[in-house]
Design a protein around this ligand. Structure first.
Ligand code: DX5
Ligand code: ZN
Length: 221
């Protein structure tokens, strides 16, 4: 399994975004994570498709869009058109989850489903062949800079087991509180894709911070 790091632009200095992306690329970042928040599904407000469109013009990295919004299906077309590579949403935010996963694929994006800390892994049983990515939230979404919830490790393990049992090739991503101190545990439990905001862009040397995160995944724990 290879490690994939997805720096979250939520924690980047938006006034120097191009430079921050260059640093992430220099450190070996595989993806860029874009946190879309609507002030309803989560209390915070962030950005929308225009930022994805702007990022698409300045980087070739896949854009991993995480929608923390009510009725995310309203934005499927807009994000696909803006150049999103992954469209991940929360099942609590909508009714017809399977339909929206299928639409994301039809629009040429990877279809991702995010599990909040209190959302059961068993939900995946129903849509396992419709997802390209499972996002285990290791914090309650809404803000960067929160601490990794320790029970997330077992949840990652159970998600990995479910995907393996169904022979699903879906990626298993973790988001929230990922640092050099927590990444090895999540990697050891079977995650392959790691979102990190504060640990990368809160560091004076984002490129080195990414290398450090990867180094901690070199050995299985
Ligand atoms: C939290 C977001 C995360 C956030 C992670 O609601 O979904 O993607 O940017 O930030 P850190 O790595 O600082 O916990
Ligand atoms: Zn996120």
């Amino acid at each position: 399994m290879t490690v994939r790091i997805a720096p979250s632009v939520l924690s980047a200095d938006l006034g120097r975004l191009t430079e921050q992306i260059e640093r992430a690329v220099a450190g070996g970042a595989e993806w860029l994570h874009v946190d879309v928040m609507d002030g309803h599904f989560v209390p915070n407000l962030t950005f929308g498709a225009p930022l994805v469109r702007a990022l698409r013009r300045v980087t070739n990295l896949p854009l991993d869009v995480h929608l923390m919004v009510e009725r995310p299906e309203r934005y499927l077309g807009e994000f696909a058109d803006a150049g999103a590579s992954v469209f991940t949403f929360h099942p609590e935010a909508t009714v017809h989850v399977q339909r929206h996963l299928a639409t994301a694929r039809q629009l040429g994006m990877l279809a991702g489903l995010a599990l909040n800390p209190s959302t059961p892994v068993s939900l995946l049983e129903e849509v396992v062949h419709d997802v390209d990515l499972v996002l285990v939230m290791s914090v309650n979404p809404g803000y960067g800079g929160q601490s990794y919830i320790p029970q997330s490790t077992d949840k990652i393990r159970r998600s990995r087991a479910l995907l393996d049992r169904h022979e699903s090739p879906a990626l298993l991503e973790v988001d929230g509180g990922i640092t050099a101190a927590t990444i090895a545990e999540a990697w050891g439990a079977g995650a392959d894709t790691f979102v990190a905001g504060t640990a990368i862009f809160g560091s004076p040397d984002p490129a080195q911070a990414i290398r450090d995160l990867k180094r901690h995944c070199a050995v299985k724990v």
